[in-house]
Design a protein around this ligand. Structure first.
Ligand code: AN7
Length: 420
């Protein structure tokens, strides 16, 4: 049987108790299992024949009633061998795990399918979150699917338009708060403490983390259990890097994985409290009071899962690095133009971070590396358009277009001569 446990003092809570922070010491909770029971369940099921998806791993989940699952077919995202990009960055083996291929276009869907399923199991009436954008888009979709009321708090004017449009069209009550993400999170924490039937689905909710840990399982399975040396992840509120590490440790413990990778977190230079803590060898994280970055998804100054993230990075012998907005946008363009993968700026921070770590000599050129890209590029078309050359506008005239394409100098018969 699964239960909840405080990561600091070890106090246990029953699996169906709605509790977000330890009542004894105030720290975060995580879901724990009887691993023998998981082993037993796995041996009786044909889970490895189920196509890659979050619910292929249902036996690793704290869900009691599978008939209540709220799903839009999340997970099973592309795992792209990236030879052209790898060559430019100067690394031997690079893969991109592209989470933008999820139903609402970000990795958040992995957590929301489990979190909203739990909300349905618990019988709550409404769900709420604070968000820099993707969490709100994802929660709004899953709430609609489950028929739950949904409210999302987002920073006014600082969220990419694609995400805003998603939250609105899925029918959530969208509240634009004049303030940053951290302030909104404080408010939803208080609301969910005060009103017990408003269920909080930010990543302090340990059930979200259980869904997101499947990202680690999938990377492992897509590499046929041959773990890479390193997984590079964009970090904002720090739930995802913690979740991937939890999944990998469980997979390792259950014998599906023999070597653990170095977890490497990347933050934007204007909001990098975890990077400072890692670099200073500090056991606490000092919040950044006015976080700023073009990568609005990770514009977070006080990451709630900082303790889990520091543990993931240190236990795995990984590292953390920060990248400037310019480095992020260059990486976004480079990934799109070498591999055909259009990701949003926050996602490109993993590529920018890897480039920096290779250039600094912190990552060996012989390493096998997986970069996680967390959200789809169409979430934020405005930024993409700003950083690209403007399209050329001409009249509808073939000669004008031949001129632009430089075809005037080309011999139109060359190809047909070769063919005949
Ligand atoms: C594309 O939507 O926090 O470190 O409220 O959208 O687990 O927080 C988004 C985070 C990385 C950081 N990449 O993940 C939100 C929100 C993208 C994101 C992150 C986010 P965490």
């Amino acid at each position: 049987m699964a239960y909840q446990e405080c990561i600091n003092c070890g106090k246990k809570y029953e699996i169906n108790e709605i509790v977000y922070f330890c009542k004894k010491c105030g720290d975060l909770l995580e879901i724990k299992y009887d691993y023998n029971a998981i082993n037993k369940a796995l041996s009786k099921s044909n889970w490895q024949k189920v196509p890659l998806s979050v619910w292929r791993y249902r036996d690793f989940m704290p869900v009691q009633d599978f008939s209540k699952i709220v799903s839009l077919n999340e997970g099973g995202t592309g795992f792209h061998t990236s030879k052209r990009l790898g060559k430019i960055l100067g690394i031997r083996q690079l893969y991109v795990k592209n989470e933008g291929e999820n139903p609402t276009g970000s990795f958040k869907d992995r957590g929301m399918t489990v979190g909203v399923t739990k909300a349905v199991e618990l019988g709550v009436k409404s769900v709420i979150c604070a968000s820099t954008g993707n969490t709100s888009a994802s929660l709004a979709a899953y709430a609609a699917r489950a028929g739950l009321e949904c409210a999302v708090l987002i920073p006014a004017g600082k969220i990419a338009y694609g995400k805003l449009s998603q939250a609105m069209i899925y029918g959530a009550k969208v509240i634009q708060v004049r303030g940053n993400f951290d302030e909104s999170l404080e408010i939803v924490l208080k609301l969910s403490e005060k009103y017990k039937d408003i269920y909080l689905l930010n990543s302090i909710n340990p059930f979200r983390i259980e869904g997101q840990k499947t990202l680690g399982f999938e990377i492992c399975d897509q590499l046929n259990q041959k773990m890479p040396d390193r997984i590079v992840v964009p970090v904002g509120n720090a739930g995802n890097i913690s979740a991937i590490w939890k999944g990998l440790k469980e997979y390792h413990r259950l014998g599906f994985l023999h070597k653990l990778p170095k977890m490497t977190g990347i933050q934007a230079a204007g909001s990098a409290p975890i990077v400072y803590a890692v670099k200073n060898g500090s056991d606490t994280v000092i919040p950044v009071t006015s976080p700023e970055t073009v990568a609005t998804a990770i514009r977070i100054g006080a990451p709630v899962s900082w303790k889990k993230a520091l543990r993931a990075i240190r236990e795995s012998n990984g590292t953390a690095e920060m990248v400037t907005d310019e480095e992020i946008l260059n990486a976004q363009k480079l990934l799109a133009q070498t591999e055909g993968l259009f990701v949003e700026p926050a996602s490109a921070s993993s590529i920018a971070g890897l480039k920096k770590l290779i250039d600094q000599g912190d990552v060996d050129r012989d390493e096998h590396v997986v970069c996680v890209t967390t959200g789809h590029g169409l979430k934020d078309p405005d930024t993409a358009i700003k950083i690209c050359k403007k399209p050329i506008e001409v009249k509808a005239d073939i000669e004008a277009i031949e001129k632009i394409l430089g075809l005037k100098k080309r011999n139109p018969l060359v190809n047909s001569e070769v063919i005949s």
